[in-house]
Design a binder for this molecule. Structure first.
Ligand code: KG4
Ligand code: ZN
Length: 334
């Protein structure tokens, strides 16, 4: 079965074709048109500009994905599209595009949740992995710990109460004049820095699996502002390393609590921030300590892409889910 997946929830326009045969899942094409260069000069995503860029890219990207996969529209069993959560205008460009393509060609249309899709990206590189397991999605807009009971059954155990993980990286990076989005550069800088140079507060919300990064972010930004006001010099590497240490500790603490609560022996970490080398190492050592098997998509499948929409779309479709012409987009979580 061939599925076309379309993604436009934030600042990447993506389309992919994947093939599902029995338990085998294969990506046949995966095209991502990043808008980063467009948003860079504003220091963040400008929603109206994002929607315009998606509209301009969708037809071309989808055509490329089909051509590269050597798949005709008539070969498709379904078209899957991200319809939540994300920037509403951006989501609507993808949803309306997918709707016209699906209904004018008589192809079933399947709505997909972006967070669930981030988790399902893991199946391509781990063919024998199956739910139930514990999952963490850490991206520019989301930070959630999820109990994955089945391919289409997800229970959120904890989420961020304020800033998302990637947003925290990006906001600190911006104050240090790094270019948007700063997560990847912060990762590289932290490798060269001293992690005990600054003492930042460890976020803690007792008794829950929720996250909070706004206090940590403010503490780092206040430190930077004080340094600047006093005209002191500082090393970006040390700030990045000291922040990353505390950020990572906070994630690992909730991971440990969630493992104890659920008893799961399998853990999946995904989303753009799961590409962070320090977080990957810390998660690996925590899982090893607790005898839990860790699965993380490769960096390309961690960021926003169309393949992950194909994967979740496949499971939703085979579970009987499809949409009619009233399908719309939702900015918030389900
Ligand atoms: O999953 P994603 O591509 O888009 C959303 O769904 O938000 O995640 C993008 C986020 C950005 O905030 C970016 O700075 C962050 O992922 N990111 C990283 C790294 N690579 C990307 N953050 C920390 N370390 C990285 N290596
Ligand atoms: Zn994402």
């Amino acid at each position: 079965m061939y599925i076309l997946g379309i993604e436009s929830s934030c600042d990447e326009t993506a389309a992919a074709v994947a093939c599902f045969e029995g338990s085998e899942k294969r990506v046949l094409s995966d095209i991502v048109a990043s808008q980063i260069d467009i948003h860079k000069k504003y220091g963040g995503v400008v929603p109206e500009i994002a929607s315009r860029a998606h509209t301009e890219a969708l037809t071309r990207i989808t055509k490329q994905a089909l051509e590269q996969a050597k798949i005709a529209l008539s070969d498709l069993s379904a078209i899957a599209v991200t319809n939540r959560p994300g920037l509403i205008g951006a989501l609507l460009t993808g949803v309306n595009f997918a709707k016209s393509l699906a209904f004018s060609n008589g192809i079933p249309l399947v709505p997909v949740d972006h967070i669930k899709a981030h988790i399902s990206a893991v199946y391509f590189e781990n063919q024998s992995l199956s739910p139930p397991f514990l999952a963490l999605v850490v991206s520019g807009g989301h930070t959630s710990l999820i109990d994955v009971r089945g391919y289409t059954e997800f229970i959120t155990l904890g989420r961020t109460l304020d800033d998302a993980a990637g947003e925290t990286f990006d906001k600190i990076a911006r104050v240090m004049s790094l270019s948007y989005p700063g997560g990847r550069e912060m990762d590289a800088l932290a490798k060269q820095g001293y992690e005990n140079a600054y003492k930042f507060p460890l976020p803690s919300i007792a008794g829950t699996l929720d996250f909070s990064f706004s206090g940590l972010k403010t503490a780092v930004i206040n430190t930077l502002n004080t340094i600047k006001q006093k005209n002191e010099s500082y090393k970006k590497e040390d700030i990045a390393a000291s922040f990353t240490k505390v950020f990572t500790q906070s994630i690992v603490k909730n991971l440990g609590d969630a493992i104890e609560k659920t008893g799961y022996k399998k853990f999946v970490a995904s989303g753009g921030v799961a590409a962070n080398s320090h977080l990957r190492k810390a998660l690996a050592s925590e899982c090893e300590k607790r005898n839990v098997k860790l699965f993380m998509p490769s960096a390309k499948l961690c960021g926003d892409n169309g393949s992950m929409v194909c994967a979740q779309g496949y499971y939703e479709f085979t579970a009987g889910k499809s949409a009619d012409t009233t399908l719309t987009a939702y900015a918030g979580d389900e």
